[in-house]
Design a protein around this ligand. Structure first.
Ligand code: TRP
Length: 449
């Protein structure tokens, strides 16, 4: 085992950190707009099914592997399957995916910092919908602003990862997560009390099956991976900071429940305002940035609510971004014996540079397309969200279910499954259901059916 490896100071600290990773832009920014674009209820139903049947078992597998090896994502496969094994590629892909993800996630996270600043300085006060749309377009058109906020964001993330597992990641999540939850609760109650609540509930929870298409199933499964931070070695790395006695079964259920709850609450905070103001639920990536300021502008204490909202978004993004950065940092620290300082600084600078063409995709480089008509940003997002994360998750499921050489009993002990039946369900899901579901998604993606 690598010498003096640090561990979480408590189970709660671990749950907060893993939930902090899972709860992010995916829940508050992406979930509402993707659900909106896909017609609501039917998408939500498939997404929930994907969480239970695919997401939760794979998260358990990632924790199990990380804890069994007590190493970073690459070291885990090396240790468990041998130095020469092809499975090490899965670790490499995870580290690469986490790094690329960090580079472009910081661009969108920068938008939330920009809006936080605009709200504080009163620039969004009393704006008409057209003006708000102009503001959002103005931000996207300004490379200086975008890159400035991206730089602020990666610096914040680096400052936390710098301080290590306990002093940085765990401590900051223990503040960010409850803060986030309280803010969201406030907005959620506010949403439910507003005029559009019943339409929002109807939109999100009453499926219209005519909207069910293979493309939508694909997006729902892909989103389940993204929102639970699977397939990029994050949960392997976080699991490696756990001690032997933790009950992974129980902890995973708590983490995924928190994540799902936050996504649904975000939907129920956002859609009532969207409907009561007669806005379009299918507005796309600009949904929270373009629609909410309009609505907040008309509410009593709107500015305060708006401030809360963008603070929430920034918190959520930060706790996710640190988990992405931790994956390559842990690799350099564990395998290459770099100091945490050196690893964090170099990776942050490198990710910032890689993020520049992503930020410029919205302005200077908007005409530069990589494949098809994807800009650099869209390409990175597609590469990671639609390919690398599901592929990484599939590989973890197949490895853990079929190739990880441990007896039934040993696996059971590693998971600390509380009952035989629970363990049997997990085995079934990880060996058959999850791989088949993800493989079908891929086969469809490649266009074979
Ligand atoms: N889960 C986060 C969100 O919803 C994003 C995220 C963080 C992530 N770490 C990850 C996604 C690792 C995939 C892999 O915003």
């Amino acid at each position: 085992m690598p010498p003096c490896r640090s561990h979480w100071s408590s189970r709660l600290g671990f749950v907060m950190a893993a939930a902090g990773s899972a709860v992010g832009l995916g829940n508050i920014w992406k979930f509402p707009y993707v659900a909106g674009q896909n017609g609501g209820g039917a998408f939500v139903l498939i997404y929930l099914a994907a969480i239970v049947l695919v997401g939760i078992p794979i998260m358990m597998a990632e924790f199990l592997l990380g804890r069994a090896s007590q190493r970073d994502a690459i070291g885990t496969f090396r240790h468990l399957s041998g130095r020469r094994s092809l499975w090490c590629l899965v670790g490499w892909a995870g580290v690469g995916a986490a790094f690329i993800l960090f580079s472009f996630y910081a661009v969108v996270a920068g938008w939330s910092l920009d809006y936080l600043f605009k709200t504080l300085s009163g620039q969004l006060d009393g704006c008409s919908p057209q003006q708000i749309t102009q503001t959002f377009r103005g931000l996207l058109a300004s490379p200086g602003q975008m890159i400035g906020w991206q730089a602020v964001f990666v610096t914040l993330a680096a400052a936390i990862v710098f301080r290590g597992v306990r002093g940085g990641i765990e401590r900051c999540n223990k503040i960010l997560m409850p803060g986030l939850f309280l803010l969201l609760l406030y907005l959620f109650v506010h949403g439910l009390l507003s005029g559009g609540a019943s339409r929002a509930v109807h939109f999100l929870f009453f499926p219209d099956f005519s909207r069910l298409t293979p493309q939508m199933v694909l997006e729902a499964v892909g989103h389940a991976f993204f929102t639970l931070s699977l397939g990029a070695g994050v949960m392997i790395t976080y699991g490696s900071y756990l001690d032997e006695k933790a009950d992974l079964f129980n902890l995973t259920l708590k983490i995924s429940l928190l994540d799902t709850l936050v996504a649904l609450m975000a939907g129920l905070a956002i859609f009532p305002v969207v409907f009561s103001a007669g806005l379009d639920p299918a507005a796309g990536p600009g949904l929270v940035f373009q629609t909410l300021p309009v609505v907040f502008g008309t509410l009593p204490m709107g500015r305060l609510l708006m401030l809360f909202f963008f603070l929430l978004l920034a918190f959520a993004a930060l706790s996710s971004a640190i988990s992405m950065l931790e994956v390559p940092v842990a690799w350099l620290v564990d395998e290459k014996q770099w100091s945490r300082r050196k690893a964090t600084t170099s990776l942050t600078v490198a990710a910032f540079i890689l993020g520049l063409p992503s930020a410029l995709s919205f302005n200077r480089l908007s005409a530069w397309t990589i494949v098809g008509n994807l800009t650099f940003f869209d390409f990175c997002d597609k590469l990671i969200s639609s390919w690398m994360l599901p592929l990484g998750g599939l590989a973890v499921a197949v490895y853990c279910g079929w190739f990880f050489r441990a007896s039934h009993q040993a696996k059971k002990a590693l998971l600390c499954a509380s009952s035989d039946r629970a363990f049997d369900y997990w085995s079934l899901l990880i060996r058959y259901v999850a791989p088949v579901a993800v493989a079908l998604v891929f086969i469809h993606q490649i266009g074979l059916f």
